[in-house]
Design a protein around this ligand. Structure first.
Ligand code: ZN
Length: 319
């Protein structure tokens, strides 16, 4: 009997390293999440990733075999050379040959790509993006990531840094963004943007359960919980977030005529509180000819698109 083929997918973030053993059909059969502990330094993090990969390989039995390893990492990556040029979420990770470093540690070839591209690939192959060829994915978290699938392939652009939806300008004189410019999508829809909107709403004197929490410690989960209980401030904040998101998405739809927009990442757990207003605004911004085909849907995997996407990357690379 031939062995079941499995692929290792690793999704490195600023907070967690998520990893899993994934079947060809996209099912995660074993999973491991650990803290990234970025402060321990590049070598320490890479050692632990190497360890995780080796553990997965060693734990396979005589019925299974690991056929490839893929990895997503935040930051600007020269995909052809497996070179991470820089990463805002992983301070100090500049000009690192990720694939070489992991080959040294595991003896295996690890295919590396940007985490947002990987998440898009995961949703495209196994999740909410199945069945279309033009798909755009937005990951709402601390930052705003995005990945673009055009004609069934990850679109990377001339120098491979395409898909910076988070830094599309919404308001020329808007709030300062982490990138140093003003009024980007991320400055409204990223975590800091959302917290600013909460503080603005609270300053206006409205009643809210969010007043009971230190304003600097409010999390998207708190806002979701409050919104679910009918809290007006929380609902209005998510409405504003959705509207800003919708402006950006409307521009994407007009430019690219994508069929499906998939929204994932931790903040997207707010669901229709954000997606509803995002759709309404998108319908105002986008042209009717483009709107006829487009739908905005939640991601299937939410926190796990990166794991299955990284595994998928390994599969594609093995062909
Ligand atoms: Zn920006």
């Amino acid at each position: 009997m031939s062995k079941q083929e499995l692929y290792i997918g690793v999704d490195v973030g600023g907070t967690n390293i998520k990893s899993g053993l994934v079947t060809f059909e996209g099912d995660i059969v074993e999973e491991k999440w650990v803290d990234t502990d970025v402060h321990k330094g590049v070598d320490d993090v890479l050692d632990r990733i190497g360890h995780i990969i080796q553990e997965f390989v060693e734990n396979t039995d005589n019925k299974t075999a690991v056929r490839g390893v893929g990895m997503g990492i935040p930051g600007q990556i020269d995909v052809r050379n497996g070179l991470l040029k820089e990463s805002p979420n992983l301070p100090g990770w500049d000009e690192i040959h990720i694939d070489e470093e992991l080959k040294k540690r595991t003896g295996l070839t690890v295919t590396v790509d940007n985490d947002a591209n990987i998440a898009a690939l995961g949703e495209y192959a196994y999740g909410a993006g199945r069945g279309v060829t033009e798909m755009f994915m937005v990951t709402l978290g601390t930052g705003v990531g995005s990945g673009l699938i055009l004609n069934g392939n990850i679109y990377r652009g001339a120098t491979r840094f395409a898909g910076e939806f988070g830094h599309m300008t919404i308001e020329q004189d808007g709030p300062l963004c982490g990138c140093g410019r003003r009024g980007c999508v991320e400055a409204y829809v990223g975590l800091n943007g959302i917290l600013r909107l909460v503080k603005d709403q609270l300053k206006s004197g409205k009643e809210s359960v969010l007043r009971k929490i230190d304003p600097d410690l409010i999390t998207p989960k708190d806002i979701s919980y409050a919104a679910g209980n009918g809290d007006r401030v929380a609902i209005d904040v998510f409405r504003q977030v959705g509207e800003y998101l919708g402006i950006g998405l409307g521009n994407v739809v007009n430019l690219l005529n994508v069929e499906k927009i998939v929204i994932g990442g931790g903040v997207s757990k707010a669901g229709e509180f954000i997606l509803g207003p995002a759709r309404e605004t998108l319908f105002k911004v986008a042209l009717k000819v483009c709107l006829d085909v487009v739908s905005v849907v939640p991601a299937t995997f939410i926190d796990r698109a990166g794991i299955v996407g990284a595994a998928r990357l390994a599969m594609l690379n093995g062909k």
